[in-house]
Design a binder for this molecule. Structure first.
Ligand code: HEC
Ligand code: HEC
Length: 216
């Protein structure tokens, strides 16, 4: 049983990487310009922080995130593939071109994630989350997050399809994981996150988010 679900996830990972690299090939003929992006991101800073380190747990940190992941999310909001936040749908509509999106993505990627959790971490939950992050839950068939998101959720080299989630705000992480689970967010390539999240309990989500928010 477990062998099969691991096989499926590996297959999904491989096919999603192909899909995603195909997309980024067509939209990123040239890399974004971080200094042009800084000016273009001025309208984003009110919520996400001038350097991409927002001070409110409902606005995700964008500092240190892969530029191409940021571009993908902006397009997903624009095209209605990601429909879990009306405010952000409105903001994404103001990013006028692929070039602007790439420049903004390059700017945030060049910033450093602050890594200070907004809420004091609950160490018991952090320890539970750390173990779950690596091992997953063989009983419910959840694959370890580390396989896709890298050590401490800091991403993997040459795999920008898998966003940086270490150092992200706890409340934002909880919201995303619940939404992947119940289908309110379904813009993940090949349904990879939905397949993972559908077997997560509320307690597991809380522990994972507490652990990830405490990483830097
Ligand atoms: C009024 C507040 C607000 C402003 C201004 C704003 N955003 Fe957002 N943004 C949000 C919220 C809230 C979310 C989280 C949506 C959710 O809950 O899933 C978000 C999410 C995002 C995400 C997804 C991040 C991830 O990790 O998946 C990206 C990328 C993003 N915003 C980029 C931008 C850019 C670029 C701008 C400027 C053009 C901008 N935002 C302006 C509120 C804002
Ligand atoms: C098979 C690969 C895979 C596994 C395993 C996986 N993820 Fe993901 N995850 C992804 C992909 C791909 C995305 C990007 C979705 C998109 O493009 O919008 C993602 C996105 C996310 C996001 C949204 C990030 C953001 O900035 O909005 C969170 C949170 C997340 N994953 C947490 C986890 C956790 C926690 C686990 C372990 C329980 C996990 N993931 C396991 C592939 C995976």
């Amino acid at each position: 049983m477990m062998k099969d679900s691991n096989f499926n996830l590996r297959y999904l990972m491989a096919s999603a990487l192909l899909v995603v690299s195909g997309v980024s090939f067509s939209i990123s003929a040239q890399a974004g310009d971080a200094s042009a992006g800084e000016a273009k991101a001025a309208m984003c800073g009110g919520c996400h922080g001038a350097d991409g380190n927002s001070a409110d747990g409902s606005f995700p940190r964008l500092a240190g995130q892969y530029g191409s992941y940021i571009v993908k999310q902006l397009k997903d909001f624009q095209f209605g593939h990601r429909i879990n936040n009306d405010t952000m749908t409105g903001m994404a509509a103001m990013v006028a071109s692929d070039e602007d999106a790439k420049d903004i993505g390059a700017f945030y990627q060049s910033q450093k994630i602050a890594g200070n959790p907004l809420v004091k971490p609950n160490q018991k939950l952090v320890a539970q989350g750390a173990e779950f992050f690596v091992k997953g839950n063989p009983k419910s068939g959840v694959y370890g997050c580390v396989n896709c998101h890298g050590d401490k959720g800091m991403g993997r080299e040459n795999a920008a399809a898998f966003p940086v989630i270490g150092g992200q705000h706890r409340d934002y992480l909880v919201k995303q994981l619940r939404e992947f689970r119940d289908g309110a967010r379904a813009n993940d390539p090949a349904g990879m996150m939905g397949a993972v999240a559908k077997n997560l309990t509320d307690g597991e989500i809380d522990a994972l988010a507490e652990y990830l928010a405490a990483q830097m």
